[in-house]
Design a protein around this ligand. Structure first.
Ligand code: ADP
Ligand code: MG
Length: 619
Protein backbone atom coordinates (compact mmCIF):
# COMPACT_ATOMS: atom_id res chain seq x y z
CA UNK A 1 0.00 0.00 0.00
CA UNK A 2 1.26 3.46 -0.79
CA UNK A 3 1.95 6.11 1.85
CA UNK A 4 -1.15 7.88 2.97
CA UNK A 5 -0.04 10.80 5.15
CA UNK A 6 -0.20 14.25 3.54
CA UNK A 7 0.45 17.75 4.77
CA UNK A 8 -2.76 19.74 4.92
CA UNK A 9 -2.88 22.67 2.53
CA UNK A 10 -2.34 25.99 4.31
CA UNK A 11 -5.86 27.27 3.90
CA UNK A 12 -7.25 24.12 5.51
CA UNK A 13 -4.74 24.28 8.36
CA UNK A 14 -5.67 27.92 8.83
CA UNK A 15 -9.36 27.15 8.97
CA UNK A 16 -8.73 24.54 11.62
CA UNK A 17 -6.57 26.93 13.61
CA UNK A 18 -9.22 29.60 13.21
CA UNK A 19 -11.64 27.43 15.14
CA UNK A 20 -9.40 27.88 18.17
CA UNK A 21 -9.07 31.62 17.90
CA UNK A 22 -12.39 32.77 16.50
CA UNK A 23 -15.62 31.56 18.03
CA UNK A 24 -17.75 34.61 17.40
CA UNK A 25 -17.54 38.29 16.41
CA UNK A 26 -16.36 39.16 19.91
CA UNK A 27 -13.21 37.06 19.38
CA UNK A 28 -12.36 39.10 16.30
CA UNK A 29 -12.97 42.29 18.26
CA UNK A 30 -10.61 41.15 20.99
CA UNK A 31 -7.79 40.21 18.60
CA UNK A 32 -8.04 43.40 16.56
CA UNK A 33 -8.24 45.68 19.59
CA UNK A 34 -5.24 43.96 21.12
CA UNK A 35 -3.22 44.34 17.93
CA UNK A 36 -4.03 48.05 17.89
CA UNK A 37 -2.87 48.39 21.49
CA UNK A 38 0.32 46.45 20.77
CA UNK A 39 0.92 48.86 17.89
CA UNK A 40 1.03 51.72 20.39
CA UNK A 41 -2.19 53.42 19.29
CA UNK A 42 -3.59 56.25 21.42
CA UNK A 43 -6.94 56.26 19.70
CA UNK A 44 -8.92 53.20 18.62
CA UNK A 45 -12.23 53.05 16.85
CA UNK A 46 -14.42 49.95 16.68
CA UNK A 47 -17.11 49.82 14.00
CA UNK A 48 -19.69 47.05 13.86
CA UNK A 49 -22.57 46.01 11.70
CA UNK A 50 -25.08 43.43 12.84
CA UNK A 51 -23.27 42.77 16.07
CA UNK A 52 -20.09 42.12 14.08
CA UNK A 53 -21.55 39.34 11.96
CA UNK A 54 -21.25 41.37 8.77
CA UNK A 55 -18.56 43.83 9.83
CA UNK A 56 -15.97 44.26 12.54
CA UNK A 57 -13.59 47.07 11.76
CA UNK A 58 -10.85 48.44 13.99
CA UNK A 59 -9.08 51.65 13.07
CA UNK A 60 -6.02 52.69 15.03
CA UNK A 61 -3.42 55.43 14.90
CA UNK A 62 -0.59 53.12 15.89
CA UNK A 63 2.75 52.44 14.25
CA UNK A 64 1.38 50.84 11.06
CA UNK A 65 3.20 48.28 8.93
CA UNK A 66 5.55 48.31 5.98
CA UNK A 67 4.29 46.70 2.76
CA UNK A 68 6.27 43.52 3.43
CA UNK A 69 5.09 43.30 7.02
CA UNK A 70 1.51 43.90 5.92
CA UNK A 71 1.71 40.92 3.64
CA UNK A 72 3.54 38.78 6.22
CA UNK A 73 1.11 39.61 8.99
CA UNK A 74 -1.41 37.17 7.49
CA UNK A 75 1.00 34.24 7.59
CA UNK A 76 0.58 31.78 10.41
CA UNK A 77 3.15 32.14 13.19
CA UNK A 78 4.14 35.52 11.79
CA UNK A 79 4.67 37.90 14.68
CA UNK A 80 6.84 40.87 15.44
CA UNK A 81 6.43 40.34 19.15
CA UNK A 82 8.74 37.51 20.14
CA UNK A 83 11.95 36.24 18.65
CA UNK A 84 13.16 33.66 21.14
CA UNK A 85 11.50 31.25 23.54
CA UNK A 86 12.83 33.31 26.46
CA UNK A 87 10.78 36.27 25.28
CA UNK A 88 7.72 34.28 26.24
CA UNK A 89 8.48 34.85 29.91
CA UNK A 90 8.85 38.61 29.63
CA UNK A 91 5.78 39.38 27.60
CA UNK A 92 4.60 42.93 27.58
CA UNK A 93 2.40 42.61 24.51
CA UNK A 94 -1.08 41.15 24.19
CA UNK A 95 -0.39 39.00 21.17
CA UNK A 96 2.63 36.84 20.51
CA UNK A 97 1.43 33.74 18.71
CA UNK A 98 1.14 35.34 15.29
CA UNK A 99 -2.05 33.45 14.64
CA UNK A 100 -4.91 35.91 14.87
CA UNK A 101 -4.76 37.60 11.48
CA UNK A 102 -4.04 34.35 9.65
CA UNK A 103 -6.99 32.69 11.37
CA UNK A 104 -9.38 35.56 10.76
CA UNK A 105 -8.37 35.79 7.09
CA UNK A 106 -9.15 32.10 6.68
CA UNK A 107 -12.81 32.51 7.58
CA UNK A 108 -13.80 36.01 6.49
CA UNK A 109 -13.32 38.75 3.92
CA UNK A 110 -10.54 40.94 5.25
CA UNK A 111 -9.45 44.35 4.07
CA UNK A 112 -6.29 45.78 5.61
CA UNK A 113 -5.06 49.34 5.15
CA UNK A 114 -1.91 50.41 6.88
CA UNK A 115 0.78 53.08 6.78
CA UNK A 116 3.80 53.89 8.89
CA UNK A 117 4.59 57.46 9.81
CA UNK A 118 7.77 57.46 7.76
CA UNK A 119 6.09 56.21 4.59
CA UNK A 120 4.53 58.47 2.02
CA UNK A 121 1.89 55.97 0.94
CA UNK A 122 0.22 53.01 2.57
CA UNK A 123 -0.67 49.45 1.63
CA UNK A 124 -4.05 47.90 1.06
CA UNK A 125 -4.50 44.14 1.00
CA UNK A 126 -7.74 42.26 0.39
CA UNK A 127 -7.90 38.61 1.45
CA UNK A 128 -10.85 36.24 1.22
CA UNK A 129 -10.64 32.81 2.80
CA UNK A 130 -6.81 32.96 2.98
CA UNK A 131 -6.52 33.88 -0.71
CA UNK A 132 -4.99 37.27 -1.48
CA UNK A 133 -7.36 39.03 -3.87
CA UNK A 134 -5.48 42.27 -4.31
CA UNK A 135 -2.62 44.35 -3.01
CA UNK A 136 -2.42 48.05 -3.79
CA UNK A 137 -0.70 51.24 -2.84
CA UNK A 138 -3.18 53.59 -1.18
CA UNK A 139 -3.45 56.97 0.44
CA UNK A 140 -4.32 56.34 4.07
CA UNK A 141 -3.54 58.02 7.38
CA UNK A 142 -0.84 56.73 9.70
CA UNK A 143 -1.95 53.60 11.49
CA UNK A 144 -3.92 50.53 10.59
CA UNK A 145 -7.48 49.70 9.68
CA UNK A 146 -8.60 46.10 9.56
CA UNK A 147 -12.11 45.40 8.29
CA UNK A 148 -13.41 41.87 8.79
CA UNK A 149 -16.53 41.21 6.77
CA UNK A 150 -18.94 38.29 6.54
CA UNK A 151 -17.48 36.21 9.30
CA UNK A 152 -17.65 32.45 8.65
CA UNK A 153 -18.78 33.07 5.05
CA UNK A 154 -17.16 29.76 4.11
CA UNK A 155 -18.22 27.78 7.20
CA UNK A 156 -22.04 27.84 7.28
CA UNK A 157 -22.17 25.54 10.28
CA UNK A 158 -20.31 28.08 12.38
CA UNK A 159 -22.27 30.98 11.00
CA UNK A 160 -25.51 29.25 11.94
CA UNK A 161 -24.16 28.61 15.37
CA UNK A 162 -23.98 32.34 16.10
CA UNK A 163 -26.61 33.69 18.47
CA UNK A 164 -29.01 36.56 18.01
CA UNK A 165 -27.58 40.02 17.44
CA UNK A 166 -28.56 40.99 20.98
CA UNK A 167 -26.47 38.20 22.42
CA UNK A 168 -23.52 38.63 20.07
CA UNK A 169 -23.47 42.38 20.67
CA UNK A 170 -23.40 41.73 24.37
CA UNK A 171 -20.30 39.55 23.96
CA UNK A 172 -18.69 42.23 21.83
CA UNK A 173 -19.52 44.90 24.39
CA UNK A 174 -18.06 42.77 27.19
CA UNK A 175 -14.84 42.42 25.24
CA UNK A 176 -14.76 46.13 24.46
CA UNK A 177 -15.28 46.98 28.15
CA UNK A 178 -12.48 44.69 29.23
CA UNK A 179 -10.00 46.16 26.82
CA UNK A 180 -11.10 49.73 27.46
CA UNK A 181 -10.91 49.28 31.24
CA UNK A 182 -7.41 47.87 31.00
CA UNK A 183 -6.25 50.92 29.03
CA UNK A 184 -7.76 54.16 30.31
CA UNK A 185 -4.89 56.09 28.73
CA UNK A 186 -6.13 55.11 25.27
CA UNK A 187 -9.21 56.70 23.68
CA UNK A 188 -11.83 54.23 22.45
CA UNK A 189 -15.07 54.57 20.59
CA UNK A 190 -17.59 51.98 19.49
CA UNK A 191 -20.21 52.26 16.76
CA UNK A 192 -22.95 49.79 15.97
CA UNK A 193 -25.09 50.01 12.82
CA UNK A 194 -24.17 53.64 12.47
CA UNK A 195 -24.82 54.82 16.01
CA UNK A 196 -22.20 55.55 18.60
CA UNK A 197 -22.55 53.35 21.69
CA UNK A 198 -19.43 54.44 23.54
CA UNK A 199 -17.08 57.35 23.29
CA UNK A 200 -14.31 57.05 25.84
CA UNK A 201 -11.72 59.78 25.93
CA UNK A 202 -8.25 59.22 27.27
CA UNK A 203 -8.70 59.55 31.01
CA UNK A 204 -7.77 58.20 34.40
CA UNK A 205 -9.07 54.92 35.71
CA UNK A 206 -11.92 56.32 37.77
CA UNK A 207 -13.22 58.33 34.84
CA UNK A 208 -12.96 55.32 32.57
CA UNK A 209 -15.03 53.16 34.93
CA UNK A 210 -17.61 55.93 35.25
CA UNK A 211 -17.73 56.56 31.50
CA UNK A 212 -18.47 52.91 30.89
CA UNK A 213 -20.81 52.11 33.74
CA UNK A 214 -22.64 55.41 34.03
CA UNK A 215 -22.20 58.62 35.96
CA UNK A 216 -24.01 57.21 38.99
CA UNK A 217 -21.10 54.83 39.41
CA UNK A 218 -18.88 57.63 40.63
CA UNK A 219 -20.34 57.75 44.12
CA UNK A 220 -20.21 53.96 44.45
CA UNK A 221 -16.46 53.59 44.11
CA UNK A 222 -14.10 53.02 47.01
CA UNK A 223 -10.43 53.25 46.04
CA UNK A 224 -8.12 50.34 46.77
CA UNK A 225 -4.34 50.93 46.77
CA UNK A 226 -1.67 48.61 48.06
CA UNK A 227 1.95 48.09 47.12
CA UNK A 228 3.94 45.14 48.35
CA UNK A 229 7.01 43.29 47.14
CA UNK A 230 5.08 40.74 45.14
CA UNK A 231 1.96 42.59 44.18
CA UNK A 232 0.68 46.05 43.47
CA UNK A 233 -3.09 46.45 43.70
CA UNK A 234 -4.95 49.49 42.47
CA UNK A 235 -8.48 50.26 41.45
CA UNK A 236 -11.89 50.32 43.06
CA UNK A 237 -14.47 48.23 44.77
CA UNK A 238 -18.15 49.17 44.90
CA UNK A 239 -19.64 50.17 48.23
CA UNK A 240 -21.52 47.21 49.70
CA UNK A 241 -24.92 48.86 49.40
CA UNK A 242 -24.47 49.08 45.63
CA UNK A 243 -23.76 45.40 45.22
CA UNK A 244 -25.52 43.78 42.31
CA UNK A 245 -27.51 40.66 41.67
CA UNK A 246 -25.25 39.91 38.75
CA UNK A 247 -21.51 39.56 38.44
CA UNK A 248 -21.45 42.00 35.56
CA UNK A 249 -19.23 44.52 37.37
CA UNK A 250 -16.39 42.26 38.43
CA UNK A 251 -13.09 42.86 36.73
CA UNK A 252 -9.59 41.70 37.47
CA UNK A 253 -6.76 42.85 35.28
CA UNK A 254 -3.34 41.35 35.70
CA UNK A 255 -0.64 43.41 34.03
CA UNK A 256 -3.33 45.16 31.98
CA UNK A 257 -4.91 41.96 30.79
CA UNK A 258 -8.42 40.91 31.75
CA UNK A 259 -8.40 37.63 33.63
CA UNK A 260 -10.92 35.43 35.36
CA UNK A 261 -9.85 34.05 38.68
CA UNK A 262 -12.40 32.32 40.87
CA UNK A 263 -9.76 32.10 43.56
CA UNK A 264 -9.07 35.82 43.72
CA UNK A 265 -12.78 36.50 43.39
CA UNK A 266 -13.15 34.50 46.54
CA UNK A 267 -10.68 36.79 48.24
CA UNK A 268 -12.87 39.80 47.43
CA UNK A 269 -15.99 38.03 48.64
CA UNK A 270 -14.14 37.23 51.85
CA UNK A 271 -13.31 40.91 52.29
CA UNK A 272 -16.99 41.77 51.87
CA UNK A 273 -18.11 39.10 54.31
CA UNK A 274 -21.06 40.19 56.39
CA UNK A 275 -21.59 43.31 54.30
CA UNK A 276 -23.67 41.88 51.49
CA UNK A 277 -27.23 40.68 51.28
CA UNK A 278 -27.73 37.09 50.20
CA UNK A 279 -27.48 36.61 46.48
CA UNK A 280 -25.72 39.93 45.88
CA UNK A 281 -22.26 40.32 44.41
CA UNK A 282 -19.72 43.07 45.03
CA UNK A 283 -18.56 45.25 42.15
CA UNK A 284 -14.83 45.51 41.64
CA UNK A 285 -12.45 46.94 39.10
CA UNK A 286 -8.99 45.91 40.22
CA UNK A 287 -5.62 46.05 38.56
CA UNK A 288 -2.93 43.75 39.81
CA UNK A 289 0.66 44.24 38.76
CA UNK A 290 2.97 41.31 39.26
CA UNK A 291 6.30 40.26 37.86
CA UNK A 292 5.47 38.66 34.49
CA UNK A 293 7.82 35.81 35.37
CA UNK A 294 5.54 34.74 38.22
CA UNK A 295 2.46 34.15 36.09
CA UNK A 296 1.45 31.84 33.31
CA UNK A 297 -1.16 33.17 30.94
CA UNK A 298 -0.25 31.02 27.98
CA UNK A 299 -2.56 28.21 28.83
CA UNK A 300 -4.83 28.88 25.87
CA UNK A 301 -4.84 31.62 23.23
CA UNK A 302 -8.37 32.81 23.88
CA UNK A 303 -8.80 31.82 27.49
CA UNK A 304 -8.71 34.30 30.28
CA UNK A 305 -7.48 31.95 32.98
CA UNK A 306 -4.23 32.68 34.71
CA UNK A 307 -1.86 30.75 36.96
CA UNK A 308 0.07 32.50 39.71
CA UNK A 309 3.20 31.15 41.36
CA UNK A 310 2.14 32.20 44.82
CA UNK A 311 -1.63 32.30 44.94
CA UNK A 312 -1.95 32.18 48.70
CA UNK A 313 0.04 35.34 49.26
CA UNK A 314 -1.88 37.19 46.57
CA UNK A 315 -5.14 36.05 48.15
CA UNK A 316 -4.14 37.36 51.53
CA UNK A 317 -2.88 40.69 50.23
CA UNK A 318 -5.95 41.23 48.11
CA UNK A 319 -8.37 40.41 50.86
CA UNK A 320 -6.70 42.59 53.42
CA UNK A 321 -6.30 45.58 51.11
CA UNK A 322 -9.97 45.47 50.11
CA UNK A 323 -11.00 45.04 53.73
CA UNK A 324 -8.84 47.97 54.70
CA UNK A 325 -10.42 50.19 52.07
CA UNK A 326 -13.92 49.22 53.09
CA UNK A 327 -13.02 49.85 56.71
CA UNK A 328 -11.71 53.30 55.98
CA UNK A 329 -14.80 54.02 54.02
CA UNK A 330 -17.05 52.95 56.86
CA UNK A 331 -15.30 55.21 59.33
CA UNK A 332 -15.20 58.21 57.09
CA UNK A 333 -17.72 57.81 54.35
CA UNK A 334 -17.27 61.24 52.83
CA UNK A 335 -13.52 61.46 53.18
CA UNK A 336 -12.52 60.34 49.73
CA UNK A 337 -15.48 61.56 47.82
CA UNK A 338 -17.26 64.83 47.80
CA UNK A 339 -20.35 62.75 47.80
CA UNK A 340 -23.76 64.14 48.42
CA UNK A 341 -25.59 61.70 50.66
CA UNK A 342 -28.72 62.31 48.64
CA UNK A 343 -27.01 60.66 45.74
CA UNK A 344 -26.56 57.48 47.67
CA UNK A 345 -29.91 56.22 46.52
CA UNK A 346 -29.13 54.42 43.31
CA UNK A 347 -32.18 55.46 41.42
CA UNK A 348 -34.41 58.43 41.33
CA UNK A 349 -36.70 57.15 44.00
CA UNK A 350 -35.66 59.61 46.68
CA UNK A 351 -37.62 62.52 45.41
CA UNK A 352 -40.52 60.30 44.59
CA UNK A 353 -41.19 58.84 47.98
CA UNK A 354 -44.12 61.17 48.61
CA UNK A 355 -46.16 60.35 45.61
CA UNK A 356 -45.87 56.61 45.27
CA UNK A 357 -48.83 55.82 47.54
CA UNK A 358 -51.20 58.05 45.63
CA UNK A 359 -50.77 55.85 42.61
CA UNK A 360 -51.60 52.56 44.19
CA UNK A 361 -53.80 53.87 46.95
CA UNK A 362 -56.96 51.94 46.24
CA UNK A 363 -55.60 48.51 45.68
CA UNK A 364 -58.83 46.62 45.97
CA UNK A 365 -60.65 48.82 43.50
CA UNK A 366 -61.30 46.93 40.31
CA UNK A 367 -63.25 48.81 37.67
CA UNK A 368 -63.58 45.65 35.66
CA UNK A 369 -64.99 43.47 38.34
CA UNK A 370 -68.67 43.80 37.54
CA UNK A 371 -68.07 44.07 33.87
CA UNK A 372 -66.04 40.96 34.02
CA UNK A 373 -68.83 39.00 35.59
CA UNK A 374 -71.13 40.10 32.79
CA UNK A 375 -68.52 39.42 30.18
CA UNK A 376 -68.07 35.90 31.42
CA UNK A 377 -71.66 35.02 30.68
CA UNK A 378 -71.21 36.65 27.33
CA UNK A 379 -68.31 34.55 26.14
CA UNK A 380 -67.26 34.81 22.53
CA UNK A 381 -67.69 38.52 22.13
CA UNK A 382 -64.62 40.62 21.48
CA UNK A 383 -65.17 42.61 24.60
CA UNK A 384 -65.11 39.52 26.69
CA UNK A 385 -61.75 38.37 25.39
CA UNK A 386 -60.29 41.72 26.26
CA UNK A 387 -61.62 41.49 29.72
CA UNK A 388 -60.24 38.04 30.14
CA UNK A 389 -56.85 39.43 29.37
CA UNK A 390 -57.49 41.88 32.10
CA UNK A 391 -58.32 39.04 34.42
CA UNK A 392 -55.07 37.33 33.61
CA UNK A 393 -53.25 40.38 34.74
CA UNK A 394 -55.02 40.18 38.01
CA UNK A 395 -53.16 37.05 38.79
CA UNK A 396 -50.02 39.13 38.52
CA UNK A 397 -51.56 41.53 40.92
CA UNK A 398 -52.32 38.82 43.42
CA UNK A 399 -48.72 37.85 43.98
CA UNK A 400 -47.55 41.39 44.34
CA UNK A 401 -50.34 42.35 46.59
CA UNK A 402 -49.58 39.67 49.07
CA UNK A 403 -45.88 40.32 48.78
CA UNK A 404 -46.06 43.93 49.80
CA UNK A 405 -48.75 43.28 52.31
CA UNK A 406 -48.65 39.68 53.28
CA UNK A 407 -50.92 39.82 56.25
CA UNK A 408 -53.63 41.98 54.77
CA UNK A 409 -56.57 40.09 53.46
CA UNK A 410 -57.72 42.15 50.53
CA UNK A 411 -58.35 39.77 47.73
CA UNK A 412 -61.80 41.00 46.93
CA UNK A 413 -60.88 41.53 43.31
CA UNK A 414 -59.57 38.07 42.62
CA UNK A 415 -61.63 36.12 40.17
CA UNK A 416 -61.30 32.40 40.41
CA UNK A 417 -61.42 30.51 37.22
CA UNK A 418 -62.69 27.04 37.21
CA UNK A 419 -61.26 25.06 34.37
CA UNK A 420 -62.46 21.71 33.16
CA UNK A 421 -58.97 20.32 33.72
CA UNK A 422 -58.92 21.57 37.24
CA UNK A 423 -62.22 20.01 37.98
CA UNK A 424 -61.26 16.58 36.81
CA UNK A 425 -58.34 16.51 39.19
CA UNK A 426 -60.06 18.00 42.14
CA UNK A 427 -63.51 16.51 41.92
CA UNK A 428 -63.38 14.42 44.96
CA UNK A 429 -65.68 13.77 47.83
CA UNK A 430 -62.81 13.56 50.26
CA UNK A 431 -62.02 17.24 49.88
CA UNK A 432 -63.33 19.17 52.82
CA UNK A 433 -65.85 21.84 52.08
CA UNK A 434 -64.00 24.84 53.42
CA UNK A 435 -60.27 24.43 53.64
CA UNK A 436 -58.86 22.41 50.79
CA UNK A 437 -55.28 23.68 50.92
CA UNK A 438 -52.60 24.12 53.50
CA UNK A 439 -49.29 25.99 53.38
CA UNK A 440 -46.14 24.20 54.45
CA UNK A 441 -43.05 26.17 55.53
CA UNK A 442 -44.17 29.18 53.51
CA UNK A 443 -42.94 27.31 50.49
CA UNK A 444 -45.37 24.59 49.52
CA UNK A 445 -49.10 24.43 49.04
CA UNK A 446 -50.46 21.08 50.07
CA UNK A 447 -53.82 19.81 48.91
CA UNK A 448 -55.67 16.56 48.58
CA UNK A 449 -56.67 14.99 45.29
CA UNK A 450 -58.65 11.93 44.41
CA UNK A 451 -55.62 9.70 44.33
CA UNK A 452 -53.83 11.10 47.35
CA UNK A 453 -51.89 14.25 48.07
CA UNK A 454 -50.64 17.13 45.98
CA UNK A 455 -47.67 19.32 46.90
CA UNK A 456 -47.04 22.50 44.93
CA UNK A 457 -43.96 24.71 45.02
CA UNK A 458 -45.58 28.14 45.37
CA UNK A 459 -42.83 30.13 43.70
CA UNK A 460 -42.35 27.86 40.72
CA UNK A 461 -46.09 27.45 40.25
CA UNK A 462 -46.69 31.18 40.28
CA UNK A 463 -43.84 31.67 37.82
CA UNK A 464 -45.54 29.24 35.46
CA UNK A 465 -48.88 31.03 35.81
CA UNK A 466 -47.40 34.48 35.22
CA UNK A 467 -45.20 33.24 32.40
CA UNK A 468 -48.07 31.83 30.38
CA UNK A 469 -50.19 34.90 30.91
CA UNK A 470 -47.34 37.20 29.96
CA UNK A 471 -46.49 35.22 26.89
CA UNK A 472 -50.09 35.44 25.80
CA UNK A 473 -49.99 39.20 26.30
CA UNK A 474 -46.77 39.51 24.37
CA UNK A 475 -47.79 37.46 21.41
CA UNK A 476 -51.30 38.83 21.15
CA UNK A 477 -49.93 42.35 21.79
CA UNK A 478 -52.96 43.34 23.76
CA UNK A 479 -51.53 44.10 27.15
CA UNK A 480 -53.21 46.80 29.17
CA UNK A 481 -51.11 49.69 30.32
CA UNK A 482 -51.59 51.58 33.53
CA UNK A 483 -50.53 55.20 33.14
CA UNK A 484 -48.26 56.54 35.87
CA UNK A 485 -49.17 59.86 37.41
CA UNK A 486 -45.56 60.94 37.24
CA UNK A 487 -43.02 59.59 34.78
CA UNK A 488 -40.49 57.29 36.37
CA UNK A 489 -36.81 57.92 35.65
CA UNK A 490 -34.46 55.01 36.12
CA UNK A 491 -30.71 55.21 35.54
CA UNK A 492 -28.75 52.52 33.76
CA UNK A 493 -25.32 52.18 32.25
CA UNK A 494 -25.18 52.65 28.51
CA UNK A 495 -24.63 48.97 27.87
CA UNK A 496 -27.77 48.22 29.89
CA UNK A 497 -29.58 50.88 27.86
CA UNK A 498 -28.46 49.09 24.70
CA UNK A 499 -30.12 45.91 25.99
CA UNK A 500 -33.32 47.76 26.85
CA UNK A 501 -33.36 49.30 23.38
CA UNK A 502 -33.13 45.88 21.81
CA UNK A 503 -36.09 44.73 23.87
CA UNK A 504 -38.07 47.96 23.74
CA UNK A 505 -40.66 46.73 21.23
CA UNK A 506 -41.36 43.63 23.31
CA UNK A 507 -41.50 45.63 26.51
CA UNK A 508 -44.11 47.82 24.87
CA UNK A 509 -46.13 44.80 23.86
CA UNK A 510 -45.99 43.74 27.48
CA UNK A 511 -47.55 47.05 28.49
CA UNK A 512 -44.61 49.33 29.29
CA UNK A 513 -44.70 52.84 27.85
CA UNK A 514 -41.46 54.74 27.36
CA UNK A 515 -41.26 58.49 27.05
CA UNK A 516 -37.54 58.21 26.41
CA UNK A 517 -34.70 55.72 26.26
CA UNK A 518 -31.59 57.82 26.19
CA UNK A 519 -28.09 58.10 27.60
CA UNK A 520 -27.94 56.38 30.95
CA UNK A 521 -31.65 56.81 31.57
CA UNK A 522 -35.07 55.57 30.71
CA UNK A 523 -38.28 57.46 31.34
CA UNK A 524 -41.36 55.31 31.84
CA UNK A 525 -44.87 56.71 31.68
CA UNK A 526 -46.87 53.51 31.78
CA UNK A 527 -46.50 50.02 33.22
CA UNK A 528 -48.40 46.80 32.62
CA UNK A 529 -51.52 46.61 34.75
CA UNK A 530 -50.62 44.74 37.88
CA UNK A 531 -46.97 45.75 38.01
CA UNK A 532 -46.61 48.19 40.91
CA UNK A 533 -44.34 51.16 40.37
CA UNK A 534 -42.09 49.97 43.16
CA UNK A 535 -41.33 46.74 41.31
CA UNK A 536 -40.41 48.33 38.00
CA UNK A 537 -36.72 48.75 38.75
CA UNK A 538 -36.48 45.16 39.92
CA UNK A 539 -38.19 43.95 36.77
CA UNK A 540 -35.71 45.82 34.59
CA UNK A 541 -32.65 44.79 36.59
CA UNK A 542 -33.71 41.18 36.49
CA UNK A 543 -34.34 41.42 32.78
CA UNK A 544 -30.93 42.91 32.05
CA UNK A 545 -29.28 40.33 34.22
CA UNK A 546 -31.17 37.54 32.46
CA UNK A 547 -30.14 38.81 29.04
CA UNK A 548 -26.57 39.00 30.27
CA UNK A 549 -26.51 35.57 31.79
CA UNK A 550 -28.67 33.77 29.33
CA UNK A 551 -26.95 31.63 26.81
CA UNK A 552 -29.98 31.31 24.62
CA UNK A 553 -30.27 28.55 22.09
CA UNK A 554 -30.93 28.82 18.39
CA UNK A 555 -34.58 29.65 18.84
CA UNK A 556 -33.89 32.55 21.14
CA UNK A 557 -37.00 34.65 21.43
CA UNK A 558 -37.06 38.02 23.09
CA UNK A 559 -40.66 37.67 24.21
CA UNK A 560 -39.96 34.34 25.82
CA UNK A 561 -37.00 35.74 27.69
CA UNK A 562 -39.02 38.77 28.76
CA UNK A 563 -41.93 36.62 29.96
CA UNK A 564 -39.60 34.34 31.90
CA UNK A 565 -37.73 37.20 33.43
CA UNK A 566 -40.82 39.15 34.48
CA UNK A 567 -42.40 36.00 35.86
CA UNK A 568 -39.30 35.48 37.95
CA UNK A 569 -39.33 39.05 39.31
CA UNK A 570 -43.02 39.16 40.05
CA UNK A 571 -43.81 35.66 41.29
CA UNK A 572 -44.69 34.96 44.90
CA UNK A 573 -41.49 34.04 46.66
CA UNK A 574 -40.63 31.27 49.05
CA UNK A 575 -41.09 32.60 52.57
CA UNK A 576 -44.32 34.39 51.82
CA UNK A 577 -47.35 33.49 53.83
CA UNK A 578 -50.40 32.87 51.68
CA UNK A 579 -53.95 32.89 52.92
CA UNK A 580 -56.43 30.21 51.92
CA UNK A 581 -57.77 32.14 48.96
CA UNK A 582 -54.35 32.87 47.60
CA UNK A 583 -53.34 29.23 47.96
CA UNK A 584 -56.41 28.09 46.14
CA UNK A 585 -55.96 30.66 43.45
CA UNK A 586 -52.43 29.43 42.73
CA UNK A 587 -53.64 25.86 42.67
CA UNK A 588 -56.50 26.57 40.29
CA UNK A 589 -54.52 28.84 38.00
CA UNK A 590 -51.64 26.38 37.82
CA UNK A 591 -53.84 23.61 36.54
CA UNK A 592 -55.41 25.95 34.04
CA UNK A 593 -51.94 26.37 32.52
CA UNK A 594 -50.85 24.66 29.34
CA UNK A 595 -47.83 23.09 30.99
CA UNK A 596 -48.56 23.02 34.70
CA UNK A 597 -45.93 20.46 35.63
CA UNK A 598 -42.80 22.57 35.14
CA UNK A 599 -41.74 26.15 35.83
CA UNK A 600 -40.61 28.34 32.92
CA UNK A 601 -37.07 27.23 33.68
CA UNK A 602 -38.10 23.59 33.56
CA UNK A 603 -38.21 22.83 37.24
CA UNK A 604 -40.87 20.64 38.78
CA UNK A 605 -43.82 22.69 40.05
CA UNK A 606 -45.72 19.98 41.90
CA UNK A 607 -45.53 16.39 43.01
CA UNK A 608 -48.23 13.95 43.99
CA UNK A 609 -48.16 11.37 46.69
CA UNK A 610 -50.53 8.47 46.06
CA UNK A 611 -52.64 6.92 48.80
CA UNK A 612 -50.82 3.70 48.04
CA UNK A 613 -47.48 5.32 48.81
CA UNK A 614 -48.87 6.72 52.02
CA UNK A 615 -50.35 3.41 53.02
CA UNK A 616 -47.05 1.68 52.41
CA UNK A 617 -45.43 3.98 54.93
CA UNK A 618 -47.84 2.76 57.59
CA UNK A 619 -47.15 -0.89 57.03
P1 ADP B 1 0.37 38.59 17.10
O1 ADP B 1 -0.44 39.74 17.60
O2 ADP B 1 0.25 37.40 17.99
O3 ADP B 1 1.78 38.94 16.78
P2 ADP B 1 -1.36 38.73 14.82
O4 ADP B 1 -1.75 37.74 13.80
O5 ADP B 1 -2.43 39.32 15.65
O6 ADP B 1 -0.28 38.07 15.75
O7 ADP B 1 -0.58 39.87 14.10
C1 ADP B 1 0.58 39.56 13.35
C2 ADP B 1 1.52 40.73 13.26
O8 ADP B 1 0.93 41.74 12.46
C3 ADP B 1 1.78 41.39 14.60
O9 ADP B 1 2.87 40.77 15.25
C4 ADP B 1 2.14 42.81 14.17
O10 ADP B 1 3.50 42.91 13.81
C5 ADP B 1 1.31 43.02 12.91
N1 ADP B 1 0.08 43.77 13.21
C6 ADP B 1 -1.16 43.25 13.39
N2 ADP B 1 -2.06 44.21 13.63
C7 ADP B 1 -1.39 45.38 13.63
C8 ADP B 1 -1.76 46.76 13.82
N3 ADP B 1 -3.04 47.10 14.10
N4 ADP B 1 -0.80 47.69 13.72
C9 ADP B 1 0.48 47.33 13.44
N5 ADP B 1 0.88 46.07 13.27
C10 ADP B 1 -0.01 45.09 13.35
MG1 MG C 1 -2.49 39.78 17.74
Amino acid sequence: MSDIIQLLPDHVANQIAAGEVVQRPASVVKELLENAIDAGASDIKLILKEAGKTLVQVIDNGMGMSTTDARLSFERHATSKIRTAEDLFQLSTKGFRGEALASIAAIAHVELKTKRDEDELGTQIVIEGSAVKSQEVVVTPKGTSVAVKNLFFNIPARRNFLKSNTVELRHVTDEFHRVALAHPNIGFSMFHNGSELFSLNQSNYRQRVVNIFGSKTNEKLVPVEETTEVLKVSGFVGKPEFSKKTKSEQFFFVNNRFVKSPYLNHAINAAFEGLLKDGYHPSYFLNLSVNPQTIDINIHPTKTEIKFDDEHTLYAILRSSVKHSLGQFNIAPVLDFDSDTNLDTPYDYKDKSGKTPTITVDRSFNPFKNEFETAKSNAGSHRSSQLKTQAHWESLYVGLESKSNASKNDFAEVTFESDAKTESIFKSNEVAQEKTTYQLRQKYIVSTIKSGMLIIDQNRAHQRILYENLLKQLTSKEATTQQLLFPLNISFSNSDIAIIKELQADLEFAGFKFADVKDEQIVITGVPVGVPESEVTIVFEQLISDVQNDVPDQNFSASDLLAKSMAKSLAIKTGQTLNAEEQEHILNSLFACKEPSVSPSNKTTFITLGVDDIEKKFM
